[in-house]
Design a protein around this ligand. Sequence first.
Ligand code: NAD
Length: 271
Amino acid sequence: MSAKKRISIIGCGSIGTQVALAIKDRFRPVAELVAVCEIHSEKKEIFDQQLGFDVPLRTLLECVESSDLVIEAACQEVVPDLLRQVMLLNRDLLVMSVGGLLLDPSLLEEVRSKRVRILIPSGAIGGVDLLKSAHVGKIYSVELTTKKPVEALREAPYVIQAKIDLDSVLGEKLIFEGKASEAIRAFPQNVNVAATLSLVGIGADRTRVKMMTSRHLKKNVHEIVIEGEFGRASFVIENEPSHKNPKTSLLAAFSAIATLEKALFGLEIGT
Ligand SMILES: NC(=O)c1ccc[n+]([C@@H]2O[C@H](COP(=O)([O-])OP(=O)(O)OC[C@H]3O[C@@H](n4cnc5c(N)ncnc54)[C@H](O)[C@@H]3O)[C@@H](O)[C@H]2O)c1
């Protein structure tokens, strides 16, 4: 019998915890969690309680060294560093903070020329498979409208810098419209889907993003419209927020686990 795949997780929050539970139960015959990296000790304590045992706490580099596959579920800022380290040590990397892949375009080019395996789950959206197929032909436009509850946007750099008074929002309000490359910096914790669409489709400067909010909204909603040589496609995804983190959709963790399943068992269905 072949050895189990050694996995480490960066970030013991909402997604990290759900993925760790899946490794412990669903993937037990083929994978084991060997280390985690977490900057907040209280998050690590809760994580261990939920798993039922103490997972070794390591630095970012130690996590990469000790595992075959690293799962990033922390924040955009760690991604460039992680990319450098997995390239150096020839490890696989699953990235949830997809916006981090666009912070240093030269690094992404380097990744493309190396033999490392970078897994990017569809995350909180559907339609990535269609966009991948459509990209074989010409794509004319990709538009994403994201609607989030007021609470999910309070700490966004753009909201703070532009002094947007979210408490005065009554009905639905458009608070940002622009390129995905701008949205990724303006709403780093909210626009991973814009980053994913940009990477698969026509790039962060041509992918258009609108960010809307409403006091009455309880779900994270993504509306995607793709036009190209293939025709036109539109998707509406109404996401339930994660129980632990209202900024994150439940589907995002499900998508990470489904991507892990594909990587561990090798059965690939869909584009
Ligand atoms: N691809 C997608 O569609 C998608 C969807 C939802 C969330 N995300 C992204 O996935 C990431 C994780 O989301 P979450 O809901 O689990 O967030 P979370 O806030 O619940 O958990 C993140 C954890 O990472 C830890 N952390 C932050 N910086 C760290 C660092 N430098 N080193 C180690 N640990 C660090 C935090 O303390 C926290 O415990 C976020 O960046 C989020 O934006 C992506």
